[in-house]
Design a protein around this ligand. Structure first.
Ligand code: 5RP
Length: 267
């Protein structure tokens, strides 16, 4: 791994703890305006101080995030289908790595769809992106897509994560499952956990704790933060679990305390 690639990796995964709280707000690239992200700039502004790395699309970066930000950015570099189309997540490369460098990105992200009719296209797309990214010292985060008809169990997530690593992904983003430690055991690159659908805060913190203690280096979480009743309190609670080894109970305490400190609307 060259210096540039290592440097970018250390912007994504904090060297102080070897962990990362990535905030994923890239949902619009195939879902359009998503609950909690209709005004992306507003949704993200107060979360940035607690975000190790922000994952989003280049269009939202350019239009909604101040170019003075010091938060490292991972840019979504795959897409091409939508939630109303026939082939959800049949994705190809949507931007050049050169453009990601111009936007000062710390990494790029690409989804693979193992087990679907178009798995070949997505795996070859990932490999092509990695070839190009390595010329620029740019880490690639491979996202193991889940969806209708795709498993979300240890066998499926181990298979997808390992395939991503075999093709050269520098970081794998996958979902939590029973037996998550087995996913980690067979994947030789750092793994971050995607949050998935919104859960009660206590469950999301429990899942975060289990993923970290199962061997994940952090989270790349979206809806469980920005759709929380109090996103700023939630991201801080997640940080306690990820960076300070807090238990889910301690994390929830942080969430409740921060939430309680909020002034009432009429104050
Ligand atoms: C979709 C993605 C999203 O960024 C991802 O799903 C993370 O967000 P959430 O925690 O809401 O699931 O990579 O492919």
């Amino acid at each position: 791994m060259g210096w540039g690639l290592r440097n970018r990796m250390s912007r994504i995964i904090r060297p102080e703890t070897g962990r990362s709280v990535m905030l994923a707000v890239d949902h619009g690239y195939f879902m359009g305006p998503t609950t909690g992200l209709r005004d992306l700039g507003k949704a993200v502004k107060d979360l940035l101080p607690y975000t190790d790395t922000l994952m989003l699309s280049r269009g939202m970066l350019r239009n909604c995030i101040a170019n003075t930000t010091s938060t490292p950015i991972v840019l979504r570099a795959s897409g091409g289908t939508s939630i109303i189309g026939k082939e959800l997540l049949h994705e190809g490369i949507t931007m050049t790595v050169k453009n990601a460098v111009r936007l000062n990105a710390a990494g790029v992200a690409f989804s693979i769809c193992v087990g679907t009719d178009f798995e070949r296209n997505t795996i070859l797309g990932l490999s092509r992106l990695i070839d190009e990214a390595e010329e620029y010292g740019m880490p690639v985060v491979a996202v193991t897509a889940v969806g209708k008809g795709l498993g979300k169990d240890e066998r499926y997530l181990s298979l997808s994560s390992r395939i991503a690593a075999e093709h050269g992904a520098h970081i794998v983003k996958t979902y939590y499952c029973e037996g998550f430690d087995k996913v980690i055991e067979s994947c030789p690159v750092p793994v971050v956990m995607a949050g998935g659908q919104k859960l009660p805060e206590s469950e999301a913190l429990e899942m975060t704790y289990n993923a970290i203690h199962g061997g994940a280096v952090g989270v790349d979480m979206g809806r469980n933060i920005f759709q929380s009743e109090d996103p700023v309190a939630m991201i801080q609670a997640v940080r306690e679990v990820v960076h300070k080894n807090a238990t889910p109970k301690e994390g929830l305490q942080v969430f409740d305390e921060l939430r309680a400190r909020k002034p009432l609307e009429n104050e």
